[in-house]
Structure formats: structure tokens, C-alpha cells
Design a protein around this ligand. Structure first.
Ligand code: IMP
Ligand code: MG
Length: 183
């Protein structure tokens, strides 16, 4: 059975994602060489990216996850972020890399950055697969250390990104065409 029946356009195909993930892994490995890194994935969207990326980071790593919500499954960010499930490993005095699926308004990243910063890590950086820079709200604009792809301000699904919890399992990233929004 077909997964995606809606009119859509593939924005980033499986090959490009794979190549970019290898490059990011190489860069992170180089930047943190001789160190131990703790990577924190944001559930649920970063899951496929997280799984592929950590296998391209050739360092001793600790892994943990945080579950936050801001979108309520719809196409508009609520701007309010809350922690649904926090990490279980202490971050104090560790090199921390937050792994995100997509940064849109920036509310989630800003919240996560402040959340972990207050726990006194040794260092704190952010890696996102997708960056919607044009959708950024200035008060949430923080420095992003690693970006997979800059993307236009369109609603995207696949490779972790959902619409109402569906389509996360698509191996590519697609935009849902305007006439289909609100389906
Ligand atoms: P922000 O807090 O506005 O930056 O939004 C971040 C979160 O909103 C992401 O982690 C996603 O869960 C969700 N999100 C933002 N843009 C999209 C999109 O185009 N498709 C699906 N989810 C999105
Ligand atoms: Mg979501």
C-alpha cells in the first residue's frame, strides 16, 4: 500500500540525505576528536536522522533523548514548548550536542539550549538536519552549529517529520502541495 497519497514534491531525496549525513558525521568526528560526546536527540522527529548520524560519528558517545512538544501535530507552531520526557543522564561537565530534525521559528531550539545550559555542560552545540531560516522569529534566533540543509518555508514531511504523527517513515523529505494543506 502506498504511504503518501497526497500531492507532494520530493524536496530532498534519500541519496542526498545519506551523503549529507556522512559529511556531518565526519565534521562532528573531527571537531570533537579525542573527546567523549553526549548526543541528545529530540523525539520523535529526529529519530531517523539521529540513528543514521550516530553511526557516522566515530567517537565514544553517550546517547539520550528528550521529548518536547511545540507543534501539537498541526502545521502551525504554538510557540510554547514543554518537556514531555526529559533525559536520564546528567549533562554537567559533558560535551553536549543536541540533534534536531528541523528548526522553524526557533522556539524549540532556544528552549532546549536554555534548558541544558542551566545544567552546566562543558560545551553545548546544536545540530539540525533542516533549517527554515526564513521562518525564524528573531527572539528565538540562536546560533546553529551544524546544518544539514537550508529549506524553504514550506510544510515538510518524511525522514522523521510528521503531519499528525504520520509519514515519519518516508525515506525522503517532501513538501505537501499548497492545495493539499489542511487535508
Ligand atoms: P520551532 O519550535 O518552531 O522551531 O519548531 C520545531 C518543531 O516543529 C520541529 O521539531 C517539528 O516537530 C515541527 N516542525 C517545524 N516545521 C515543520 C515541518 O515543516 N514539518 C513537520 N514538522 C515541522
Ligand atoms: Mg512534529
Amino acid at each position: 500500500m502506498e504511504i503518501l497519497k497526497l500531492p507532494h514534491e520530493i524536496v530532498i531525496n534519500e541519496n542526498r540525505i545519506g551523503e549529507r549525513v556522512i559529511e556531518l558525521g565526519r565534521q562532528i568526528t573531527l571537531d570533537y576528536r579525542d573527546r567523549e560526546l553526549m548526543v541528545i536527540g529530540t523525539l520523535k522527529g529526529s529519530l531517523p536522522f539521529f540513528a543514521d548520524l550516530i553511526r557516522n560519528i566515530h567517537l565514544p558517545i553517550l546517547t539520550d533523548f528528550i521529548s518536547v512538544s511545540s507543534y501539537n501535530g498541526n502545521m502551525q507552531s504554538s510557540g510554547k514548548v514543554k518537556v514531555i520526557n526529559d533525559i536520564s543522564i546528567p549533562v554537567k561537565d559533558k560535551d553536549i550536542l543536541i540533534i534536531e530534525d528541523i528548526i522553524d521559528t526557533g522556539a524549540t531550539s532556544k528552549f532546549l539550549f536554555d534548558h541544558f545550559k542551566s545544567k552546566n555542560p562543558l560545551s553545548l552545540k546544536i545540530c539540525t538536519l533542516l533549517n527554515k531560516q526564513c521562518a525564524r522569529i528573531s527572539t528565538f534566533d540562536i546560533n546553529i552549529d551544524y546544518v544539514g540543509f537550508d529549506v524553504p518555508d514550506k510544510f515538510l514531511i518524511g525522514y522523521g517529520l510528521d503531519y499528525q504523527e504520520m509519514y515519519r517513515n518516508l525515506p525522503y523529505i517532501a513538501s505537501v502541495k499548497r492545495q493539499a494543506e489542511g487535508f
